[in-house]
Design a protein around this ligand. Structure first.
Ligand SMILES: [Zn+2]
Length: 170
């Protein structure tokens, strides 16, 4: 406000502005990939996961098994790949705890939670470990696949993989 317009402005009707009751997060802040055939060339991975099976690609030319799934083999550049089943149990190879700094748009705010590198045998992959706290876990513990369904922000039905302590683990 400048010195010259102090008195008049109060008598004028003020313009009203508003903020939306609900803010749609930009697509980039959606933590998970879109999973349909039109959206990703690894949709078969998600189709299999939705049907309860963790899979990845294996190269028919050099036999390399990849994770995450590929559309071209990073070893030999062949695109002759097939989906193969992965074990649903593995061992904790390394783990840590997330205590804060969740990305914007991540709908759950249930920190702390455990993230780990899991050795499934054919591949190692990173994932979240549910139903265990950092102090409950040790390197080498058995963990089992857990499939979760993702709510929003798109209408697509989506799933993702996590892990949890395996039954009977000591
Ligand atoms: Zn290959």
């Amino acid at each position: 406000m400048t010195d010259t317009d102090t008195s008049d402005t109060n008598d004028e009707e003020r313009e009203r502005v508003s903020v939306p009751e609900r803010i749609e997060f930009p697509r980039l802040l959606d933590f998970y990939e879109l999973q349909t055939e039109e959206r990703t060339k690894i949709h078969e991975f998600y189709d299999n996961l939705n049907n309860g099976q963790l899979t990845t690609t294996q190269c028919r030319d050099c036999d390399e098994i990849h994770f995450p799934p590929r559309i071209v083999c990073p070893e030999c550049t062949s695109d002759d790949l097939e989906y193969v089943d992965l074990p649903h149990e593995g061992e904790l190879f390394a783990f840590s705890e997330v205590r804060g700094g969740l990305p914007l748009g991540l709908r759950e705010h249930d920190v702390p939670y455990v993230v780990a590198v899991i050795d499934l045998g054919p591949v190692k992959l990173s994932g979240r470990v549910d139903d265990a706290s950092y102090s409950d876990l040790e390197i080498g513990d058995s963990v089992a696949l857990k499939i979760v369904e993702i709510d929003g922000p798109t209408d697509e039905e989506r799933v993702f993989y996590r892990f949890e302590p395996a039954d009977g683990d000591s």
